[in-house]
Design a protein around this ligand. Sequence first.
Ligand code: FUC
Length: 852
Amino acid sequence: MKIKFSIIFFIIFLGFNLFIYAKTNILIKQTDSIILEKTNKDNIISTDKKEEKYIAPFQKLLNIRNEIIMNSIAINSKFNVKNDSHYFANTFLQNGTLTLWYRKPAKIWEEALPVGNGRLGAMVFGGVDVERLQINEDTLWSGGPYNPINPEARNALPYIRKLIFDGKYRDASKLIDEKVIAIPKKQMSYQPVGDLILNFPTPDGEVENYQRKLDLDTAVITTNYTINNVYYTREVFSSPVDQVIVMKLNADKPKHINFKITIDSPQQAIINIENDNELLMDGKNSEEHNVKGKLNFQMRARVIPQNGIISHDNKYIQVRDADSALIIVAVATSYKNFNDVSGNPSAITKQQLADAANKNFDELLSNHIREHQRLFRRVSIDIGSNHSIQLPTDERIKNFPDADDPQFVSLYFQYARYLLISSSRPGSQPANLQGIWNDKTNPPWGSKYTININTEMNYWPAEAANLSECVEPLILMIKDLSITGAKTAKEMYNARGWVVHHNTDLWRATAPIDGARWGMWPTGGAWLCIHLWDHYEFTQDENFLKRIYPIIKGAALFFIDTLVEDPKTHYLVTNPSISPENNHPFGTSVCAGPTMDNQILRDLFTNCITASNILKADDDFRKELEKKLSSLAPNQIGKNGQLQEWLEDWDLEAPEQTHRHISHLYGLFPSWQITPDETPNLAKAAIITLNTRGDMSTGWAIAWRINCWARLFDGNRALMIMKHLFSPTRTYPNMFDAHPPFQIDGNFGAASAIIEMLLQSRRIIKENVTSDCFLIHLLPALPTTWQDGSVKGLRARGGFEIDIKWEKGKLNNAVIHSLKGKPCLIRYNNTTINMHLPAGKSKVIDSDLLKK
Ligand code: FUC
């Protein structure tokens, strides 16, 4: 009886799934044929697949197609059915691989999904009763222009230097805290604008088929559900074209859109209603650490229902029985630059809203998608996939350490590209510790720019991931810092050039902060300059080099004036400095000439020398730099065989053997001073250091370690460590990196590591002689489990665009496209070939060519 029942149940179950599967396929095919027809008719996609012209109706069809697939997955996973069918997997691969999706609304901030246009961001919660859009604008920080330089620093520094050379590190540290650390001791912090809150009537039926998702390819967040057979949809995006956040609420039956909307904010602000359909918030930023708030800001949200009734009291706008509703949000502050807060936020938001409201939703959406895809679609990646792609994103994160889910690595990589495009675009501020997404008035580390690793890490993947434009805000911030930092160089050190210590903020503060252990590090600006150089290396744009040469020269000048001779070793060293945040055995981190400083300065001086050669400028300065360069301390190997962190071999006695910062490994990554092929002994020493420090750390620190293992050509170790990073302790449900707490650097650092596993590129420098030839290394650290795959559109130093395809763990072919006509060497495994393509030409290399 029991067996009979089981068989009948099994047949019904099988039948149901076959029915779902068949229905899915029919629906998918139907939408596919409409899409195809529409594509042909409108000739939407040009044959060279360059900049696709995207139009809204086409996009809607694609959305419907995704919907069908998603719903079917939801039904199947409810019944615990694994759907491995080839057709199903393929259709999903084309459409769902670039999606973060969930079966429940976000309860906490780290479950909400981010949108951003570089400047204006929102975290979308997707609630059914209450929708919350937590909003940020990237110039809303506390304080105003201020000068934090400690006037006692200049007189105290010579004495501090002597204490350090005499080995009296604690005394030096104490004196730094008293006389050198900035006033105030802390910098200003990044602030949230407020929340747009929508209250919906209590559902009069069961909420079914709930789903919310972020489509990385369109940069649109969609929330869908059904109540009493009415299908509700919400779409949210932040448009880089129209400079507004747009939300559309829709129901598939007329008169079903009902809600009340208001603004809530932790800032000092007044909320009003204007023109019967606009919520208005006027606010002032806060004072912090005795620095007065000098900014005004305004948020303006217009509610545009289709049909229905709109009314308001003095706090809420209410929409009843509408067919759909459009909400457009503009935010601006009075920030013009670090020294000028005279902007008119009200005029800006009025204009932005008026311009945006002149367009219909489809136009706003297609503008947004076209501009997003111009950047996003430059790179595609496929390192394999399996049934895991059918699971919601939070479940994939839970499974990642134990499951084989290579597609999650691709998703993580593309999510990082999405986050960079959304938090750093021409005209915006650079991505801070949280990109642009922050809900707290007192965020961790002020959500500032920490430049002893974090800000640089944000931009590690940018150039190679073909998002060169997204580096522009960083370039402009460095330019600002060269101005504020010149004052600090003069007033604190009586030096030429410019200096920034380990942190900065919206006001481009450059003095050392927090305390000697963290802040007494003069090399932050020099490290940032490596990104200016890298932008040149990838683009080979000589006009750009001309523009930034005075900035990198200024950074070098500061060290020409402040490097001092170490009495014991006679090397030229920084003093005072620290190896970022890591205490040595003498009770502080304060020291002279830590390894990282020597490495950064070696890069800075080398880049300056190369630049002056290319630009045929500054012969005397170049000669002076060459002399200084040869007097810097070399990388040294200590008594444990490790790469030495300090000038003296203190490493084994340092209190925190597994410290998160691996500053002296700057030489291995991001720099090229240590490589397994050219400096094998130093590479071995770096391995000992990495093993001592351990694989597990904070989010960003794990990401740094993965990049290092990729540079050591150990793809399996890199992937193993990635499993720590892509697990729930280091990745939140919304895929934000967990330091913890949330810090975006880990997202970007991991994306950089994924690139480093697949492609490495560098300028060839032999025995201190810089050549004009570049080495492009294909698949240098491919993990054995990534058997088949491809990546398209990566950039390499020297001005190249590269596609790589591999099969059964081996290179199948690569396309090298030269943008600037520079000579290069192409390496795969132990073979290297020469190549010199004219600008604009491509060459396909297959594995046979590399065997010869
Ligand atoms: C550095 C790191 C911390 C944190 C902070 C923002 O100070 O040591 O771990 O990431 O920056």
